[in-house]
Design a protein around this ligand. Structure first.
Ligand SMILES: [Fe+2]
Length: 230
């Protein structure tokens, strides 16, 4: 398998390029607009054909590369059915499979960070978007975020996966690249609270600044990154 974890240092976003073999079909998860040329170059160098591009949710901190990748490669754009993005070509729901040659991802609906957040399970690993981060969880204070829904997503959908499951998040701000479900259960400070109301209180007590790009990124991403806000 080809598995590349790519980093955008401006927004601390991880983007994943995955294929079952050199010369085969590929998919990309959470591409960043500013990095599209780099992705396309790597795709060409590895002799891949980009078939699908997935956003785990409408991002607030960077502009998605989904629309540009679609225009350049004719790939299928994929998001959850709850997203307000009307130009995606494939909408997934809980349990749906996103397939390319030799690989399949299972969609898990994991709202909380946003109401359109999905995670994707692929064999021994899970792409958790901004629902489960390494030693953290995604903020729940905008974009219809909901700490109660996030608690349920974490404890009913993600943390019940086998403990060796590798965790690949959409962001990391501390240089960590991968974790496991077992490691997060033991060491993630946000998950020490195994009580729904206490988790809600913890999240509501966070006082976070808005992401720098939020006023630009959210409207732009509702159009797959193709239109920037005035
Ligand atoms: Fe996010």
């Amino acid at each position: 398998m080809i598995f590349r974890q790519l980093f955008d240092s401006v927004s601390s976003t991880y983007t994943y390029l995955i294929a079952s073999r050199r010369g085969g079909e590929a998919l990309i998860i959470d591409p960043v607009l500013d990095k599209v040329e780099r992705y396309l170059q790597l795709i060409e160098e590895l002799d891949l054909k980009l078939i699908k591009a997935i956003d785990t949710h409408v991002h607030a901190d960077h502009i998605t590369g989904l629309g540009t990748l679609r225009d350049r490669t004719r790939c299928i754009t994929v998001m959850g059915r709850e997203s307000g993005v009307d130009v995606v070509s494939m909408r997934v729901a809980e349990g749906d499979r996103v397939e390319i040659e030799g690989l399949a991802l299972e969609a898990l609906y994991t709202p909380g960070h946003t109401d359109d957040s999905y995670s994707f399970v692929m064999g021994d690993r899970v792409f958790t978007g901004d629902t489960l981060l390494i030693r953290g969880t995604g903020r729940t204070d905008f974009q219809n975020g909901d700490p109660a829904a996030q608690y349920d997503s974490l404890f009913q959908k993600l943390l019940v996966l086998p403990e060796p499951t590798l965790v690949y998040p959409a962001h990391d701000y501390n240089g960590m690249t991968v974790s496991t479900i077992g490691e997060e259960l033991l060491h993630n400070p946000r998950l020490r609270i195994r009580n729904r109301q206490a988790y809600i209180d913890q999240m509501n007590a966070l006082k976070l600044d808005d992401p720098m790009l939020m006023d630009i990124a959210v409207p732009a991403n509702r159009a797959c990154g193709l239109v920037t806000a005035a």
